[in-house]
Structures are given as structure tokens and as C-alpha cells.
Design a protein around this ligand. Structure first.
Ligand SMILES: [Zn+2]
Length: 177
């Protein structure tokens, strides 16, 4: 088997948990002004391989994308009674520059590198985290996180850059959301 460019593939892991992309309404806003208040500047991705938080896959060369500041906890808190306070963070994410179809599958994306699974309470406070080094470790780390009844939400983040990749929320069961 020949070596393929690491930038072209998105390693995914089968799961019972749901990786949530950035919500359509937030994407619509981010495509104009990002969460740091800066105007969004689309560009053509000549190399590909950018982890897209709208589709939860890596970009293909030639796609129009944008790098924007995103506040995942603030966006989540706006839907809940949470008050993250100082835990609110804004960081860089890649998104498609235009409306897109969203994720194609139900697997956990971006599992081919070291990640942190960071746990948050219903108040939006950090409860801890775990370093995950192998694709097989994600399911266990998520199950462990939600075994703690105090955990409402986790962020999967890149280790070296610290960037937010996606969130996983507690599954309250069928019919509840
Ligand atoms: Zn997209």
C-alpha cells in the first residue's frame, strides 16, 4: 500500500456518541462576522486538509473556506441556562465559506491524532479532561466522561494547537432532544 498524504484523509471512529458540527445558525453568522467581531474573509484552500467544523471532514484542494474565531461554550450556553463566565473561550476554526451539507456520517471524526476530551458541567465550568492518543480510545473517553453525572458536555480539541474540533453532549435519551 502506498503512502497517502495525511492531509487528505479524515480518520473516523465508530461510536454511540454524536459529534456535533457548528450549528447552521451559528455558521450563517460566522460566514459574515466571527465570534471575535472580525469580518470573515473567505479564501480558496489550495492545499486541502483543513479540518472543517461545519462538515467534520478535511477540506479538498480548491474549496472555498474561511478561518474564523468561534466561541463554542458561549454558543452552547446561549441555548441552556449555563453561565460559563471566565471559562468562555474563543478560538480559530475552519468552515466552508458558503452553506454546505454538513457531516456525511455518524462516526467520530478527526480521531487520527492526539486529542483532549475536555469535560464541562451544566454550568459551563471545566471539570477535567483526558488525553486520547489512539482512535480506539475515544469511545472509552466519552463513556467515562458521561459516566460522571456532573458532565453535561465535552469538547474534543487538538492537543498541540488547542483548537476546538467538535462537541459531544450528554444523550438524555430518545424523544428528549
Ligand atoms: Zn461544510
Amino acid at each position: 500500500m502506498t503512502t497517502t498524504p495525511t492531509t487528505a484523509a479524515t480518520t473516523t471512529t465508530a461510536t454511540t456518541h454524536t459529534a456535533r458540527p457548528i450549528a447552521p445558525r451559528a455558521l450563517e453568522e460566522l460566514r459574515t462576522t466571527d465570534d471575535a467581531g472580525r469580518p470573515t474573509t473567505p479564501f480558496t484552500d489550495t492545499e486541502g486538509g483543513a479540518p472543517l467544523r461545519c462538515c467534520l471532514r478535511r477540506s479538498e484542494p480548491g474549496e472555498r473556506i474561511a478561518l474564523v474565531s468561534y466561541a463554542p461554550l458561549r454558543r452552547w450556553a446561549a441555548e441552556t441556562a449555563a453561565a460559563p463566565g471566565a471559562y468562555d473561550e474563543v478560538g480559530p476554526v475552519f468552515i466552508h465559506a458558503q452553506p454546505c451539507d454538513g457531516p456525511a456520517g455518524a462516526s467520530l471524526p478527526f480521531t487520527g491524532a492526539h486529542r483532549t476530551v475536555r469535560r464541562y458541567s451544566a454550568q459551563g465550568h471545566i471539570l477535567g479532561g483526558r488525553l486520547v492518543g489512539e482512535p480506539d480510545g475515544f469511545e472509552q473517553a466519552l463513556t467515562e466522561a458521561f459516566d460522571d453525572p456532573a458532565v453535561a458536555l465535552v469538547h474534543v480539541r487538538a492537543v498541540e494547537y488547542g483548537c476546538f474540533l467538535y462537541e459531544v453532549r450528554r444523550d438524555y435519551g430518545a424523544g428528549r432532544g
